[in-house]
Write a protein that binds this ligand. Structure first.
Ligand SMILES: Nc1ncnc2c1ncn2[C@@H]1O[C@H](COP(=O)(O)OP(=O)(O)OP(=O)(O)O)[C@@H](O)[C@H]1O
Ligand SMILES: [Mg+2]
Length: 361
């Protein structure tokens, strides 16, 4: 069965608790449906007080996941159809195009010159460390920078910037980002209790991210740096629909296991037409503080090789340094510490290289 029919069948099989078929409800609940490879985004229109908001999204998600090629589903629930009708891509009667469509971009964050995702295939390779310190290096060069922690499963920005437990203020129903080290920052970790976020499912992740973009007074500026969770899951795909990325930076350690995942992450971004701005090799080597000898703990130069394969720029290598880890744990990032070390030089160079890539040099 072709994908259009599978979508039709999936929507037609859904009945509400009162036995009414979903597709016969007036006004229409399913407002739009976008398919991009194995990802489907469904937009529902349900009034704020509708009891269907509780169970219907999960019911639809379960049915749509039965469609052969669909592995990931994001459900957006709006109280009313968007005025400019941007997401009325197709109607439930003819839901998905057989050929994968380009995602419709709602394009939040348009008040930034560059919106940059910091991503990795593997966890724990230093995305958050790179996001914070690169954002600071750019701030120190005079750019106006915001930093958004989109790691909905394990937000680390509040700890890394010393803002753990702090809630952003709210003005006219909009969140006001925190100000840390000359940047505007916000993390889901500033909004929910620690450990709550880890149990979130796809649609909730999408809604949470959309809220953080839509309902926050992001001030705009030169750079919006977005720290992503590891891998190629719901958050990455949701964000690729929600904002127009200038591109992604992939962070990897030099080991093969990390690099294989880094390549996968890069390929995922290419699929959703997001440019790879470059790869950063983190934990490249350790310099003995006593004798100065360099030890390539996780091997070395692997990321440069991966760059050749992906035809992506190599942005730079960051050594393992005690102060990088201590700065992260103590809420005062290395780049805010006025230290002069190989890692601070590395972050400055990466910021320069990024600017060059963006200027097309
Ligand atoms: N260059 C470095 N030198 C020393 N420690 C580092 C370096 N880079 C990262 N670390 C430390 O490694 C740990 C993991 O880093 P980080 O949290 O930035 O990774 P991540 O990729 O964001 O992880 P996750 O996938 O969990 O989000 C942290 O304790 C951090 O301080
Ligand atoms: Mg992280």
């Amino acid at each position: 069965m072709d994908i259009e029919r599978q979508f039709e069948a999936a929507f037609s099989s859904i009945t509400l608790d009162n036995g009414q078929p979903l597709v016969s409800v007036e006004p229409e609940i399913v407002h739009g449906c976008v398919v991009n490879n194995d990802f489907a985004k469904i937009t529902l229109i349900l009034p704020e007080d509708s009891p269907l908001r509780g169970s219907l999204p999960a019911q639809i998600e379960a049915e749509i996941k039965k469609v052969e090629q669909i592995e990931r589903v994001a459900i957006e629930v709006l109280a009313a159809p968007p005025e400019n009708n941007q997401s009325s891509q197709s109607q439930p009667a003819q839901p998905a195009q057989a050929a994968p469509q380009q995602p419709q971009r709602t394009a939040y964050l348009q008040n930034y010159e560059a919106v940059i995702a910091v991503a990795s295939g593997k966890g724990g390779v230093g995305k958050s460390t790179v996001s914070v310190n690169l954002a600071l290096a750019l701030t120190q060069k005079g750019y106006k920078v915001s930093l958004f922690d989109a790691d909905i499963y394990g937000p680390s920005l509040p700890i890394m910037t010393g803002r753990r437990g702090e809630k952003p203020s709210v003005s006219e129903n909009r969140l006001i980002p925190l100000e840390s080290f000359g940047m505007h920052t916000l993390s889901i970790g500033n909004l929910v209790e620690e450990n709550d976020a880890v149990i979130w499912r796809g649609p909730m992740v999408h809604q949470a991210l959309e809220q953080l973009l839509r309902d926050t007074n992001w001030p705009g500026g030169d750079f919006m740096i977005i720290d992503l969770p590891p891998g190629t899951g719901d958050a990455q795909l949701s964000l690729s629909q929600l904002c127009e990325f200038t591109g992604a930076i992939i962070v990897s350690t030099p080991q093969d296991v990390a690099l294989i995942d880094a390549v996968k992450a890069a390929q995922m971004f290419s699929k959703v037409e997001i440019d790879i701005l470059g790869i950063v090799e983190n934990m490249s080597f350790f310099t003995c503080p006593k004798c100065g000898e360099e030890t390539p703990i996780f091997s070395r130069h692997g990321a440069e090789e991966a760059c050749k394969k992906l035809e992506a720029p190599f942005l730079g290598a960051i050594p393992i340094e005690l102060q990088v880890r201590v700065g992260g744990d103590e809420g005062k990032p290395l780049m805010a510490s006025n230290l002069d070390s190989p890692a601070t030089t590395a972050f400055k160079n990466i910021a320069d290289n990024l600017v060059k890539v963006l200027e097309g040099e």
